[in-house]
Design a protein around this ligand. Sequence first.
Ligand SMILES: [Zn+2]
Length: 315
Amino acid sequence: MNDIDVLISEVGPRDGLQSIDTIMSTEHKKEWIKAEAEAGVREIEVGSFVPPKLLPQMADAFEVVQFAKTIPNLTVVALVPNFFGAKNAIEAGADKICLPLSVSETHSRANLRKSHNEVLEEIRKISEYIAKIDGSQKPDFEGNLSTAFGCTLEGSVSEDKVIKLGAQMMELGCDEVGLSDTTGYANPNQVKRLIRLLKKEVGEENLTSMHLHNTRGLGLANALASFEEGVTTLDSSLGGIGGCPFAPGASGNIVTEDLVFMLDAMGVETGIDIEKLLTVTEKVQSFIPNESIYGFTKDSGLPKGYEKGWGVLKS
Ligand SMILES: [Zn+2]
């Protein structure tokens, strides 16, 4: 990641597609992932290893991971809810697996059907399993603190609980922890404070990523706040497709195109070609014509005479 400042981690094929009714075909998923990688996106969360009965949209996760692994220079991420899912994701070849632990225990029971202790036990089993894998095959294991900024079921969420669970996940063998505003409750001050507090507990280098939703329009403000606190991986969804089916009212990941435009215009290197990215949006829209696709940059187009970092060049 030496040549880029911020790694955009596209989560549309997972967080996006799992929240809409339309089931995208495996071929279309593959086309989407390939096209976005060609636009310069270097990390994509391509699926979730949950039982197909719960999320039929993700039933082809194994095949999609295997395909994504054939694309050069792409880090392939899979979400896993438990040990069984993790084993499958690793067998498919995922470079990185991400397990969400809802800081709100009510949400944890609704989302993963598990208490905190039960989720932590899954993390312990996964870590032990990964420890036995040979060096080059060993995936990165991220523990994700979801509903870290508030929960649609519990309301406010205690920061002490976030810190404590983050520390526990690291102790149990996660390589890093990430913060998720699953419900779109966060504001920039809260984002900055929680990043500082959690970094103090787990170490600067072990908190590098942030997952934000734009439910109340603060997504980009929160992304900028995260960047200013040294976060170098930002999750987003092409066309803002997304949400969480088990957190009512928690819709809309931050929009990849708008996030890339903001960083690109600021002169922050993402490695992504914004014009190419906008052609991927059109492609994906044609795959799911009955679903809403969001984005200010997509709707308005790039400014006249736009060039990368122009805000920096002209000031
Ligand atoms: Zn999400």
